[in-house]
Design a protein around this ligand. Structure first.
Ligand code: BGC
Length: 363
């Protein structure tokens, strides 16, 4: 029966569709764009925050479930924190002291977390209404935003596109591309919380995780990098050999205690080698596997430690801390305060161009 349902969906839903996702508080119409590929896998994205709202993909028995946390309409996205599925920028993660010097000039940013800047402050890209265009023949949606000089406190007119493509290889490909007329910071990510058992299926502690990394950027009690790059081989942070997320999450280890679980930037191997596989998560129960590919230098493993307790998501699903995990590809947090970290400065006139792929299969 399930298989039959799946085949019917394949035939009828293939392609793209635009529907209403409600209105913002100031009355602006928001859209939800659905893309479905030939295999029956689907994604939903909205122009509010260029957000990934849903990823519907079959398990090993052909049962389709939605594997990202999210909300049913735009209102809920505006009322809740957590950046569910959002595009985060111009700079993701934290900047110490909410200020940064670029070419010798200091820029003041929003202090929206304990004296620091998190995810670019109060008006992040996650809360903007983006322009968009559906590219039907590529099963893609291209979001565009002109980020004016001074927006969020950053210098330079930054024109940015974020393109989501659903491929026939069951990949959600996210391509970020932009240029600025002044040197600026460019460091965008996607903040999806994945749960391969289905977004309403409980915690992710039984998921198996692999990350191609031997080191993390160590953080202090406020999640600000200290500058230390720590070798984690053999420690509870190590995912070089696949292990359950829950195995060591409560270990007596400074970084895990401070972060209330995993909330750390992993220093990726093979930097400068272009798009390569950097992580894989698997849910034994459903058989779903998600590979992550990127050309970035770092990835934040965040195990949803601060998801609002008892919050209500899509279809009334109840979300709790650790009901989803994020793999946020990025430059190392607070890169511009540490000379030993790769710089996240985009030079005027040069191109910011980075791709991350979340690829699904079953085993
Ligand atoms: C950060 C977490 C934060 C979460 C939601 C993640 O990228 O690393 O510390 O709680 O975003 O804001």
């Amino acid at each position: 029966m399930r298989i039959l349902f799946y085949c019917i969906r394949k035939v009828f839903d293939m392609g793209s569709k635009i529907s209403s996702f409600g209105k913002t508080a100031d009355g602006k119409e928001v859209s939800l764009i659905t893309l479905v590929n030939k295999n029956g896998m689907g994604i939903e994205v909205t122009n509010y925050g260029a957000t990934l709202v849903a990823v519907t993909v079959a398990d090993r028995d052909g049962r389709i479930d939605d594997v990202v946390l999210g909300y049913d309409d735009v209102t809920d996205y505006t009322l809740h924190g957590g950046y569910l599925g959002a595009t985060v920028g111009r700079n993701c993660n934290r900047i110490h002291g909410a200020k940064v010097a670029i070419d010798g000039k200091e820029y003041i940013l929003d202090d929206n977390e304990n004296g620091n800047n998190l995810h670019s402050g109060f008006q992040g890209y996650n809360s903007l209404l983006w322009d968009f265009e559906v590219i039907e023949e590529e099963l893609a949606v291209k979001f565009t935003h002109h980020s004016a000089d001074g927006e969020q406190g950053f210098p330079g007119n930054f024109d940015i596109t974020v393109t989501y493509t659903l491929t026939e290889e069951n990949e959600v490909k996210i391509h970020y591309c932009g240029t600025s007329d002044k040197d600026t910071i460019a460091n965008l990510t996607n903040h999806s919380y994945f749960n391969l058992g289905g977004h309403g299926s409980g915690d992710i502690l039984e998921h198996t995780m692999w990350i191609d990394s031997d080191a993390i950027t160590v953080t202090d009690a406020r999640s600000i990098p200290t500058g230390e790059i720590r070798d984690i081989k053999g420690s509870p942070m190590d995912f070089n050999t696949p292990k359950k997320i829950g195995k060591d999450i409560s270990a007596d280890y400074d970084q895990l205690i401070q972060g209330a679980g995993y909330d750390h930037n992993y220093v990726l191997k093979n930097q400068g080698c272009g798009l390569r596989k950097i992580a894989e998560a698997a849910d034994e129960k459903s058989g779903r596997v998600m590979e992550v590919l990127t050309d970035s230098v770092g990835v934040q493993l965040y195990t949803g430690n601060f998801i609002d307790k008892d919050s209500r998501g899509k279809g009334g699903a109840v979300y709790q801390p650790r009901h989803g995990f994020c793999l946020e590809t990025q430059y190392y947090p607070d890169a511009n305060h540490h000379e030993n970290f790769p710089s996240s400065i985009l030079k005027a006139g040069e191109r910011y161009d980075t791709t991350t792929v979340y690829k699904f299969r079953v085993k």
